[in-house]
Structure formats: C-alpha cells, structure tokens
Write a protein that binds this ligand. Sequence first.
Ligand code: AMP
Length: 215
Amino acid sequence: MRKYVIMGVQGSGKGTQSAMLAADFDLVHIAVGDIFRWNVQNHTKLGALVRRIMAAGELVSDDLVEGVVSERLQRHDWNYGFIIDGFPRNERQAEFFLESYDIDGVIHLELPDSEVRRRVMARRLCANCGLDYNLIDSSPHDEGKCDACGGKLVQREDDTEEALAVRLRDYHGKTNPVLDIFRRKEYVVSIDARPDKEQVRDAIRCALDLPPSDR
Ligand code: AMP
C-alpha cells in the first residue's frame, strides 16, 4: 500500500504527475479541485456552494473540504494506495489528515512564481472529459479540441491574473506551513518541477525509491 500527498504551487504539474504515478502503480488519484469542478459542472448542491469561491481563487471552507476528502477515502477503493492532490492546503487540514491517515511520502514540486504565471495562462482543460493541456508543450492536435474525446478546450475559470494572485498568496501564506509540518516528520521529497514531465516523473520515483518507469 502506498499513500502519497503531492504539493506544489499552481501549474507545477501536480495533476499530470499524480495521474502518471497513479496509472503506473494502480493508485487512486484524489484531486480535491477536480471533485469540486465536477460538482460545479454538474450543478450539484456542493457545486453551488463552492462555485464563486473557486472562481475568485479563494479557498473553500475547511469543513467542506474535510467532508469531501473523508467521504472519498471512506470508499476504500484504493487497494494499492492513493495519491492526494490539492490537500492539505493549510495547517488545520494537515492535522485533520494526519489524525486519520499515515502517509508514505509527500512530493513537493518546486516552481518559481515567474514560471507559474506563464504555465497557468497557457493551461487548457477539456470541458467534457477534464483532460489537461498546456499550450506551451502539450498542445492538442486540433486547436481548441480535446485529443481524447473531441470536447472543447476551455480555460479554467480561476486561471485569471486576479484569481492567480489570490491563489499564490494563499499558497505561500497557508500551504508552505503545511510543508513545514510534513518536513518535521521527514516525509517530504522536493523535486524541481521545471524540466519536462518525464524528467520530473523520473526524479519523483528516484526520490521515493520507486522502480524507474519503463515507458
Ligand atoms: P486546484 O485544482 O487544486 O487548484 O483547486 C481549485 C480550487 O478548489 C481552489 O482554488 C479552491 O477554491 C478549491 N480547493 C481545492 N482544494 C482545496 C483545499 N484543500 N482547501 C480549500 N479549497 C480547496
């Protein structure tokens, strides 16, 4: 059983790296932001509660987030483990998480703020299946169209200059202290997120003592 947390500033590649690790080691990828986005898209009650907060780049209340995470983990469909992305984002969430789960490692993707803006503004998401694109180095075949399902590629509602400024401020102010909690427990491996995704993937595996990729 492998249980990981992945942390990093917006655009550092958390989603991409989590998906690769999950696919290769049969882990369940739990992305809290994706769960909220699904709820917004599908007009659920939860979606209505979080939509504006998310669009402004602000953090959803701890109670709501903890509810979503607990419910997801209680499904126990993670026979080989999980990788959780986008949580915990502040000290309270970290304590809540550590009370219930022991973890094997925290992957910290490091990216300078100057690079964050460039990446986030180039990010596109399939409105239909949620697949992530980056117009810098993973453009779709046909402009504006998802390679997997043909859905329309859109910008995330919170990938604007204003919302990004709020999210970066929160990241540095609230999420960095979470890293300190995890560092004290010696869980954290810090990885340079600037190289291409395969190099970052290899660095993660090496740091976590996982077998190298055969792809
Ligand atoms: P992400 O896709 O991880 O950037 O998350 C998108 C948005 O979902 C964030 O800007 C928050 O509004 C909300 N969100 C996701 N995870 C959390 C969390 N752990 N705590 C509070 N809000 C969250």
